[in-house]
Design a protein around this ligand. Structure first.
Ligand SMILES: C[S@@+](CC[C@H](N)C(=O)[O-])C[C@H]1O[C@@H](n2cnc3c(N)ncnc32)[C@H](O)[C@@H]1O
Length: 382
């Protein structure tokens, strides 16, 4: 997966471009099917979208809650086209947009809706979303969101890190079990090499699923829209009990059924373990129930302590710097210790894979592929 830092310049570029578009013809850039929307038609198109994407899906959206009791969040609300329709259905609506002019127009459109609050945000997180004016005094708390939504926004974002940041921020605000339903650009022939603020970064279904897992969501559905150009994603925030169950299942499958290789006769309580990539945190919690010490780092983050066993469940399955990460683990793993690692399908195959492992300081003893997962057993060379 290509990673880009959330640079000031990528956010500034988004803000400048959207500010200009909003001043030039906000309604057109929000919904390009017309360049001369009347106010009535423009907001009616928002009601149509609400019916298509929210009201037709109330089972997932509301989960038996009364819509009037629900807090809803919209990311990239533009001129308030859908926000207004959301505000007439749901109890409270919080909406953010990067452009001051879009926010001005959205606030005007929602002037008659005291249950809607529109914030201009920094283009990458939801720190501005607070319950009331008391936020200026630092007294207000973030609201607990029951349903989060974003339509025709992430397809314009040129940075994966910004999208990941929003996913992680929604996770912070969403209630356990709640749904974040949003749309991204799918990986197809429409995808460009150089994403910009009009055609942003794209996702394959697997990349979207991995992103959900990294941030504590279950991607329950993924459906393509309009000639496979866009993907609708349903991310449900995992509940505490689901995380515990998942962690224990992983522990059973990857550790307890393989104690001979993992522990090599050592008492697990005396062992020190390195987990690469925190993901949704379920694995580290389960590892902590078995081993004496568990440290979790993201790939590339500095780490110096010597460990007896290392594990990477999701972090290296899509990385493009595998050799660097392997060498980092080789530096801290005790000689003979196991690094058990899920990798991209096709990686480490044949003599080439064996040689690659050796060059990084490991003996590749086993490679196993089942369903769409490939795991390798790398033993630190003595
Ligand atoms: C095509 S419009 C869609 C507006 C609205 N979702 C609708 O369907 O009517 C995209 C909106 O996303 C906003 N936007 C783009 N990048 C953003 C970012 N990084 N953070 C927040 N808003 C962003 C733009 O300012 C613009 O208002």
């Amino acid at each position: 997966m290509k990673h880009e830092r959330v640079t000031k310049s990528s956010v500034e570029r988004m803000r400048a471009d959207w500010e200009q578009r909003a001043r030039e013809n906000a309604r057109y850039y929000v919904a390009t099917s017309r360049d001369n929307w009347t106010e009535e038609e423009f907001y009616r198109s928002g009601e149509t979208n609400l019916r298509e994407y929210v009201l037709s899906d109330l089972e997932n959206v509301c989960q038996d809650k009364d819509p009037k009791s629900m807090n809803v969040l919209e990311i990239g609300c533009g001129a308030g086209r859908i926000t207004r329709a959301l505000a007439s259905c749901f109890g409270k609506v919080y909406a953010v947009d990067i452009s001051a002019e879009m926010v001005r127009q959205a606030r005007a459109a929602l002037a008659a809706y005291p249950n809607a609050r529109i914030f201009r945000n920094n283009g990458k997180d939801l720190s501005v979303v607070r319950e009331s004016w008391r936020q200026r005094l630092g007294l207000a708390h973030p609201p607990e969101i029951d349903f989060a939504f974003s339509y025709i926004v992430f397809q314009h974002i040129p940075s994966r890190e910004v999208i990941e940041s929003y996913v992680s921020e929604v996770h912070r605000l969403l209630r356990p079990g709640g749904l974040f339903k949003f749309q991204v650009l799918g990986a197809s022939e429409f995808t460009t090499e150089e994403p910009d603020t009009w055609v942003g970064v794209s996702f394959s279904e697997n990349e979207a699923r991995a992103m959900a897992a990294r941030h504590g969501f279950e991607m329950r559905y993924c459906r393509s829209d309009r000639d496979e150009q866009y993907l609708w994603l349903w991310f449900f925030k995992r509940r505490e009990e689901d995380l515990l169950r998942l962690g224990r299942l992983d522990l059973e499958n990857h550790i307890l059924q393989d104690l001979e290789n993992v522990c090599q006769g050592k008492d697990p309580r005396q062992m020190s373990v390195l987990e690469l990539g925190r993901g949704d945190g379920s694995m580290s919690r389960a590892l902590g129930e078995l081993f004496g010490r568990v440290d979790t780092i993201e790939p590339g983050q500095p780490f110096r302590r010597t460990v007896d066993f290392a594990l990477a469940k999701d972090a290296l399955a899509e990385t493009s710097h595998l050799d660097n990460h392997l060498r980092q683990v080789a530096c801290v793993l005790r000689p003979g210790g196991l690094f058990k690692c899920r990798v991209a399908s096709g990686a480490f195959s044949g003599e080439e894979g064996r040689q690659f492992a050796q060059n990084c300081g490991f003996d590749l003893r086993h490679r196993h592929q089942w369903d769409d997962e490939t795991w390798v057993w790398l033993f630190r060379r003595v």
